[in-house]
Structure formats: C-alpha cells, structure tokens
Design a protein around this ligand. Sequence first.
Ligand SMILES: NC(=O)c1ccc[n+]([C@@H]2O[C@H](COP(=O)([O-])OP(=O)(O)OC[C@H]3O[C@@H](n4cnc5c(N)ncnc54)[C@H](OP(=O)(O)O)[C@@H]3O)[C@@H](O)[C@H]2O)c1
Length: 315
Amino acid sequence: MVAYNENRYFWTINKHPMILLIGASGLLGSSIGQTLQEKKIPFVAAGRNENKLLKAYKNPPPFRALDLFKPTNLETALDGIDKIIVSTHALFGTGKTDSSKLDRDGIIALINYAKTKNIANFILVSVHGAANKHPVDFYENKFFSETALVNSGIPYTILQPTAFMELHIGELFGKRLILKGKAKILGKGESVNNYVSVKDLADVIAHLILDKPKNQRIEIGGPDNMSKKQIANIYAKHLLIEPKISYIPITILKLMSNLLYPFHKGISRVIKMTIHNDSYSNAMHNLQLFEKYSIQPMSTEKFIELHIKSVRKVI
Ligand SMILES: NC(=O)c1ccc[n+]([C@@H]2O[C@H](COP(=O)([O-])OP(=O)(O)OC[C@H]3O[C@@H](n4cnc5c(N)ncnc54)[C@H](OP(=O)(O)O)[C@@H]3O)[C@@H](O)[C@H]2O)c1
C-alpha cells in the first residue's frame, strides 16, 4: 500500500521495499518507471531535472533531487531506500559533465554511500563491451563503476545491454528512411551489431528488482545481429522503396573526432565510438534473462514494422 500526498513528495509504505530509480526520465529509465507503474510496483525517481520527469509520465512518480556530477545530497536521496536501479550516463558530456565525472566517479560515490545503508538489491545498467583499457573512455568508466559495485558487498545485478533499437535503429537511422527515403551510414555499415528494445529491458529489470540478486554481470541483447546495410534493406522492403544511402568514410570520421577532441570531448567520444562499432563486430547472443522471465524479445524486423507504422501515424 502506498499513499502519496498532494505534492507527491511524501508517502507512506506498508511492508513494501522502497525502490529508488535514478535516471527515471531517460529513454530506458522512463520505460522502467512506466513498467513498474503498470505492475503497481512503487518507486521513487531521482535526478537533476524534475520537469523532464513530469513530461515523461502520465502519472509522475515522487521525485528526489540528485545530481551525480556533484553527489552531495545522497543522504536525502537514499533515505529509507531498500533497492536501487541506476540507468544514467554522460556519454555526450564534456568538461564538468564529462563521462568520467558521472559514469565512473558519480556512480562510485553512490555505491560507496549505498554501502553504508542496508541495500538489498542494486541494479546497475552498464553497457555491452564495458572493459578496462577500452579505446573509448566511456566503456572504461563503466567498467570501473561495475568493478566498484562487484567489490562493494552490496547484492547486485549489472546489466550490459547492447544498443537500444528505439534510438539506434528507429530515431537515428530509420526515421529518415521513412520520411525522406534516405539514410546516412557512418563508416561502411557492414559490421554486425546487436540491438535490444528498451521495453524488453524494462520488463526484465522490473522482474530483477523483485528477485533475490545473484551478484551477476550479465550481457543482454536482442535476438538478431545485423549490419546497418541489412537494416536499411529491411526498411526498404517494408517501405517498397529503393533507399538513397550515403556514407561518411572512416578517415573523415577519425579526422572529425580528433579535431573536435580539444573543443568537445563528448562529441569526439561519440564519433570514436561509432568508428569502433563500425570496425568491430558487436554480435552477441544471450537471451537467458528473457527466457527466465518468459519475455519474447522484439526482433529487429518486428521493430522496423512497428516503427514505420508509428511514424506514419504521427504524420
Ligand atoms: N542508449 C543506448 O543505446 C544504450 C545502449 C547500452 C547501454 N545503455 C545504458 O543504458 C542506460 C540508460 O541509457 P539511456 O539511453 O536511457 O540514457 P538517456 O536517455 O540519455 O537518459 C539518461 C538519464 O540519466 C540522467 N542523468 C544524467 N546525468 C545525471 C546526473 N548527473 N545525475 C543524475 N541523473 C543524471 C538523465 O536525467 P537528467 O538529464 O534530468 O539528469 C536521464 O534520466 C545508461 O547506463 C547507458 O549507458 C544505453
């Protein structure tokens, strides 16, 4: 039983573990929040920007201010909290908001504070490929925060998802194909990557937060591995078009990344990440959590069919 007061800041809970969702306004975070609401699992949202949260929910959850770039209010944010879900990143960040300040230092500060509390379940959303000495600093920052959680003694699950379909297939690639019949491929578009739907991930996380954590680091992705060229072909098949595809060569991307580095480390980093993903296969197959919770993960083709319908309906 949960009761919120009028301004949504206070609540009373009877025998329900209190969940804190950090990053509740983001692409994945809002999907996690909405899934928790559908399942009537109470939670509190924490983040920097309450307005963003209000826009992301029909019925916005209670909110606590927390900026992981300067984690000074951890005490109030974690007051009475039993379980934590973290779905944040600063991939595009630069200077004071650099990835290292959130994805490494901010999360490590959160974990260090959480160690002093009696946290029963800590779910950290990391990234597929997080590794020490990775050529892209973002993956290394994620690796350091993962390591801090593993060594913390807090019961945890670390999820390492592949790229999100909604963003990397839909918004950044397919939308232009639907609206203009055109697509831009950064690199050759031949290396194979894995994509997963945020809806499916949110569903898994809503199960994991109720389960006893097994202290695991788990890679998670969708059922298909595909190149950008293959994805363009699926759109073309469903749109009945001959798509116009242009390419930005790797040499130009490398030049852009290097030139931008002194001015905006975040954009330089994202270009470097694109080069990396175009040069190496990120194929993977691990449906263990979907199978465990009887979730049928979205296939790439199904996602594209639905995406075309939703964009056309909006027009
Ligand atoms: N996008 C992908 O394809 C992808 C693939 C694999 C893994 N992931 C991982 O999945 C997670 C979620 O990604 P996403 O794409 O859903 O991110 P997103 O849409 O950019 O959302 C990020 C969230 O983090 C919050 N945030 C940012 N800086 C913060 C700070 N200093 N303090 C507190 N909260 C902060 C943002 O809220 P405010 O801006 O209001 O603070 C927002 O709610 C991340 O761990 C990411 O690395 C993403």
